[in-house]
Ligand binder design. Sequence first.
Ligand code: CTP
Length: 412
Amino acid sequence: MTAPAPTVPTPPGPLILVIVGGSIAAVKAPSVLRRLRERGAQVRVIATDAALAFVTELSLATAAAHEVATDTTWFSPRPDAQHLTLARADAVVVVGASADLLARAAGGHASDLASATLLSVRAPVLWVPAMNEKMWTHPAVQANAETLRGWGHRFLGPEVGAFGTAGEGSGLGRMAEPEEIAAAVLALLTPPVPQDLAGLHVVVSAGPTREYLDPVRFISNPSSGKMGFAVAEEARDRGARVTLVTGPVTLPDPPGVTVSRIETALELRDAVLNAAQDAQIVVMTAAVADYRAAEAATEKQAKVAGDVTVTLTPNPDILAELGREKGERVLVGFAMETHAGVERAAAKAGRKNADFILLNYPTREGTAFGGDDNEVTLVRPDGSHEAWPRLSKREVARRLLDEARRVRGTAR
Ligand code: CTP
């Protein structure tokens, strides 16, 4: 009998306290809690009495997988001082932050659980206000926000957009989206990323292309776009202006990145060549279909008896096209090989005039198509190469951009 494999305990994620204020935007709080948990955080939640007029305690507790702290629980007999226990979080985010809650916090009030906890917190605090434009821009509210900023509190939004108050239409005041809120509060806990790509324009292509045979049928491939999105996000976080040209994928637009969604290789070509004009780094992760239908039918084709022959014509090679007018740009390609990988990738880099190619292997489990990890070999046109271990796609993106900086001769 074999001994059971030892279990490696996973370290608990950061503890995030979500304070929900009395705004219509409180209805987004359960999504924020879910997003935080998906990102590995542990969550606790305080709902003010006003918040509970907009969102139920049950939906907050379900999303948090934890009981909700309220003024009722605070005032009920319990062994701990609940505001002090909750204040031990690693970071605090106030969603649906109302003018009143801002005023109570800026005024140092402690008459309700949310305010008393905010007085006791020494961890970073992120306010995500949601209120009508007239209220947000009032000098009283702005002065309170300024007081809180002076204590090191951060703010996200409010954004311009449809606001939930009846009859008020759109305008400043909409709360930021849950995904962005979760990312922003967790970012408070990570050390600042060096802004070593500031001032550069980085263009990234991602995902598959679709080559239509008729209006409802196409040739494509299972590229998920994850590698390209990781490069775009990493470049953005390091200060670059980023354009991401992507084929059809299910990933949402990364905040702070200019996203162009295309379908065909010809559309990809136009968008990439256009964006690349003033780019310093172009990374082609897109799995471009090598061929398209020579003549795509404009009407849906009915089935016929027997075999059908489709004539395919080659698509333009975008990386090679960029390579022909390379200038000062750093060009990075990807390649998939099943055999003689390094030699074939080096020849490909030389042929397309790419500075380097990241070679991956479609047959390795959990990597390449659809996976969160990638195991690549960096291959230069002269055949020199480095095999990287299996890494997250984000880490591959980090190393890729380090190498691009080295090629530019700007790495310190
Ligand atoms: N590429 C491109 N335009 C194409 C095809 C590919 O820009 N029409 C880019 C891809 O984005 C990738 C690299 O070129 O960066 C891959 O080259 P490719 O020749 O397609 O390599 P493989 O996919 O490995 O295929 P093959 O070996 O069949 O050429």
